[in-house]
Design a binder for this molecule. Structure first.
Ligand SMILES: [Zn+2]
Ligand SMILES: [Zn+2]
Length: 263
């Protein structure tokens, strides 16, 4: 089955991931305006009316801004757990096809298998996802203060992984953010640093030549080149060769990535 992925936007100004597998096309989060999501989908050759569903990871506005508009405009079912619905309700407006999953078990949307798992972040009940199609598995895990044991288990050996690399700790600590915000971002329920991700990746990468996308980079406390080099150095220290053992890319805030083929 053909599987394609593009990160349409990534970062605190908006997060949208497009995944298609077999005959099913979904978004994970829709954190830009409806119009901007339509525009970015068009850039990768997809029309919003081809979509089958939207999944919400958590209720922060950078993940749900366009959910209500797209759902109403294209009759799209939206999936989230109950605490996330509660947190999101007043920001979404009316949603006709509201799927309240408890996210304790895996479920299917068309040809895609959906496996949610809890992530540590300061929202009501935030989740990451592993999406499977045939034998291929795609992981999405951003907005995490630290890597829990469960998260690490879930992310092992995937074929495609969207993983947070939010900030460089030194840039964050020396930057202009007020202390409470620095502590929030750096804290156990905040966001993963470049070093956190650099530590994690060598432990979870399999021998299946995965593609890793660094995501949710901070505009103020990180640089794409710094995130890339921090992760690259760690992988190389652990004997991984980029290009031979895995591919490493960065998601952008202002434009879609290419439409990656998985498998
Ligand atoms: Zn976010
Ligand atoms: Zn968040």
């Amino acid at each position: 089955m053909k599987i394609e992925v593009s990160i349409l936007a990534s970062g605190s100004s908006g997060n949208v991931v497009y995944i298609s597998g077999g005959n099913t096309k979904i978004l994970i989060d829709a954190g830009l305006s409806g119009r901007e999501i339509e525009r970015r989908l068009a850039k990768i050759g997809v029309y919003a009316d081809e979509l089958d569903a939207i999944l919400m990871t958590h209720e922060h506005l950078d993940h749900i801004k366009g959910v209500g508009v797209l759902s109403r405009r294209y009759d799209l079912p939206v999936y989230a757990n109950e605490p996330t619905w509660q947190g999101a309700e007043d920001k979404l407006g009316f949603i006709e096809d509201k799927n309240c999953c408890f996210f304790k078990e895996d479920f299917m949307i068309g040809d895609l298998g959906i496996s949610p798992f809890p992530i540590p972040h300061d929202a009501n009940a935030p989740v990451g996802f592993v999406i499977s199609c045939g034998r291929k598995r795609i992981g999405q895990a951003t907005d995490m203060g630290h890597v829990s044991k469960e998260v690490e288990e879930r992310l092992k050996g995937l074929d495609f992984l969207i993983i947070e690399s939010n900030h460089d700790l030194e840039m964050l600590m020396n930057g202009t953010y007020p202390w409470h915000l620095k502590n929030r971002i750096h804290g156990e329920q905040g966001h993963l640093s470049n070093d956190d991700t650099a530590d994690l990746l060598p432990r979870i990468i399999g021998d299946n030549f995965p593609r890793i996308l660094l995501a949710h980079l901070s505009q103020d406390n990180n640089l794409p080149a710094l995130a890339y080099i921090t992760v690259k150095n760690s992988l190389e220290d652990h004997g991984f060769n980029i290009g031979k053992d895995l591919l490493l890319d960065i998601a952008h805030r202002d434009r879609p990535t290419e439409l990656f083929k998985v498998g």
